[in-house]
Design a protein around this ligand. Structure first.
Ligand code: NAD
Ligand code: MG
Length: 396
């Protein structure tokens, strides 16, 4: 078997590292072509020395100089580049048939879209890409014949529970509903009055998953589930009314599909991202992911409850922007990225995240999604407004 080339965008993050762990377990099957990171020099250098990619990309020239010198000193021939166009270059290198899209946030849009346009197998973790530019991205996938495999655990579970020809249309396939499970995050049972004072450390302490800080905060506000509703809408051509969020605190059922004959097909597993990553990498085959088998006896019980849209307003905002369409989801995504960064920096209280998102959405009218430039313009405008509102305390 010739090893398949894989490029990992966002290699130093939580998903990137889990991906490299799966690659490490299958050295004859996969070979790393390019790795990208923002500023984490140590991690990137170690990974380059281990996996010997052709190209490593970082965020700025100074970081590139440091990484290049370290690699030269260690006798590595990996080329080092920096900036947005180098990210696109990494995403489209001919040697890689597969691209793991695991950059966090809007920064991943251009390279992930480029990978889709280049006809790669795109392993999509970076859900913000579909939230910002779902129509553009799905169109690019169709035009180029790229394969799109969802890595987000819920969407990977749904993909596993749907028939392989689901693109004929969910209703045609007898699908009645997508049951998108949510752990409920660290504040599932925290009363609204106590949410006002929660800290970044509390918000990042997810009960079941270890993840990057942005998605951890998104899980705490349930914005993450909202972004996932939008992600499911685009991935599976599912109208919002067909997507039901089900709070399931144990995170054992990763999501399910309800059919017209009364069947519900679910995918279960321990909460470890290496399972959906390995599934997306090897599909339609299955490979070892290093994940412990699920022990139903030790789990004992599975619980379910309805989400509380009153305490978790970000979840409702996601359904609202899907209704509004056009650039509304991109505006919400941009406001939320600014809000989460401000919360993590101690500049915004936890409940300020949903208030700011709502204020930016009501101030900016959505337009048609249009081109990548239109989406990026809406993103930039929403970021500016969100930052100005934080500065002026002009929301509540
Ligand atoms: P993370 O913060 O751990 O890692 C992010 C990666 O992106 C890092 O390699 C970082 O260097 C890179 N990066 C950050 N800013 C960048 C920029 N401006 N330009 C280029 N690169 C940049 O995040 P994560 O938890 O691995 O999440 C990555 C993506 O996967 C997110 O979109 C998240 O929603 C999604 N996701 C994550 C999980 C999880 O379990 N961690 C699960 C499902 C989906
Ligand atoms: Mg998820």
């Amino acid at each position: 078997m010739t090893a398949q080339g894989i490029t990992v965008l966002g290699a130093t993050g939580s998903i990137g590292q889990s991906t490299l762990d799966v690659v490490r377990r299958h050295p004859r099957r996969y070979r790393v072509v390019a790795l990208t990171a923002h500023r984490q020099v140590e991690r990137l250098v170690a990974d380059c020395l281990e996996f010997q990619p052709l190209l490593a990309v970082v965020g700025d020239a100074a970081t590139a100089d440091i990484v290049r010198q370290r690699l030269v000193d260690a006798g590595s021939s990996t080329e080092v580049a920096w900036g947005e166009s180098a990210l696109v270059q990494a995403a489209t290198l001919g040697d890689a048939a597969m691209v793991m899209a695991a950059i966090v946030g809007a920064a991943g849009l251009a390279p992930t879209l480029a990978a889709a346009q280049a006809g790669k197998r795109v392993l999509l973790a970076n859900k913000e890409v579909l939230v910002m530019a779902g129509e553009l991205f799905m169109h690019a996938v169709q035009q180029s014949g790229a394969q799109l495999l969802p890595v987000d655990s819920e969407h990977n579970a749904i993909f596993q529970a749907l028939p392989t020809d689901f693109s004929r249309g969910l209703t045609v396939c007898g699908v009645e509903r997508i049951l998108l499970t949510a752990s409920g995050g660290p504040f599932r049972q925290t009363p609204l009055s106590a949410l006002a004072a929660v800290t970044a450390e509390q918000a990042c302490a997810h009960p079941n998953w270890v993840m990057g800080r942005k998605i951890s905060v998104d899980s705490a506000t349930m914005m993450n589930k909202g972004l996932e509703v939008i992600e499911a809408h685009w991935l599976f051509a599912a109208p919002p009314s067909m997507i039901q969020v089900v709070v399931h605190p144990q995170s054992v059922i990763h999501s399910a599909v309800q059919y017209s004959d009364g069947s519900v097909l679910a995918q279960l597993g321990n909460p470890d991202m290496r399972t959906p990553i390995a599934y997306a990498m090897a599909w339609p085959e299955r490979i070892q992911a290093g994940v412990a088998p699920l022990d139903l006896f030790s789990i004992g019980r599975l619980d379910f409850e309805a989400p509380d849209f009153g305490r978790f307003r970000c979840l409702q905002l996601a359904y609202d922007v899907l209704d509004a369409g056009g650039t509304a989801p991109a505006i919400l995504n941009a406001a939320n990225e600014v809000a989460v960064a401000a919360f993590l920096d101690g500049e915004l209280p936890f409940l300020g995240i949903s208030s700011l998102n709502e204020a930016v959405l009501s101030a900016l009218p959505a337009t048609a999604e249009g081109s990548l430039a239109d989406v990026l313009a809406a993103d930039a405008q929403a970021r500016q407004l969100a930052m100005a509102m934080i500065r002026d305390c002009a929301f509540a």
